[in-house]
Design a protein. Structure first.
Length: 225
């Protein structure tokens, strides 16, 4: 039975969530303060934390920061504000995720299941790009490896790079990549440019940043290594 820690101070948001998770046979612990969440994590093992950004004592970002000093526990953020979403996207969350309020409890349950699947033991990888094994896309775990090194990607970055890895040499327009992101928050083509920029930055230490080429006025293409 997966153990979920819900950190949310608003009863009208927390209660339906607790109810939905218990109905799906999760073991649910609910706290309303960031400090209580950190104490709870010290006291007992959890499989995932559902963390509201706007808490009465310390905000969700600070909770995550303190948590990460000692734990890799996956975190699903709950957020109501665009500026919070921007900060979350900037955190390079990797295996973590977020949902925006208002949400349905069912959506949160689905996200939690996806997180638990990702944090499960490694799954077989599918290889792409000319069979050279430069790239590996783990479609089940939403991970991408470059030269056997795992990349820490946000959801949008994963979607963009996975699409490009599966079709090396194909030029993707910015609007196509925006569709691929399929994110409510990324509604501008310039956000694609930002994602490409961070992807290059993440590939740079591995010597792969030059592989994502700009086709001026058209879009982006992943070149074969
Ligand atoms: Ca709140």
């Amino acid at each position: 039975m997966p153990a979920v820690l819900i950190v949310e101070d608003e009863p009208r948001i927390a209660e339906p969530l607790v109810f939905a998770l218990e109905r799906e046979h999760f073991a649910v612990t609910h706290v309303t303060l960031g400090q209580d969440a950190l104490n709870a994590v010290n006291g007992q093992p959890f499989d995932v934390m559902v963390l509201d950004v706007g808490l009465p004592d310390i905000n969700g970002f600070e909770v995550l920061k303190q948590l990460r000093q000692r734990s890799e526990l996956p975190v699903l953020f709950l957020t109501a504000r665009q500026d919070e979403v921007d900060r979350i996207l900037g955190l390079e969350l990797g295996g973590d995720d977020y949902v925006t309020k208002p949400f349905s409890p069912r959506e949160v349950v689905a996200r939690i299941r996806a997180i638990l699947k990702r944090s499960a033991p490694a799954t077989p990888l599918s290889a792409h790009a000319g069979g050279e094994l430069s790239w590996q896309v783990d479609e089940v775990g939403f991970r991408i490896f470059f030269r056997s090194e795992p990349l820490t990607l946000t959801r949008s970055e994963y979607r963009i790079l996975a699409a490009m890895v599966q079709r090396p040499g194909q030029v993707f327009s910015r609007s196509h990549l925006l569709d691929i992101c399929d994110s409510d928050e990324d509604s501008f083509e310039r956000s694609v440019d930002t994602h490409i920029k961070t992807l290059r930055a993440k590939l740079r230490p591995l010597g792969g940043d030059q592989l994502i080429a700009t086709r001026r006025g058209i879009g982006y293409v992943l070149e074969m290594p």
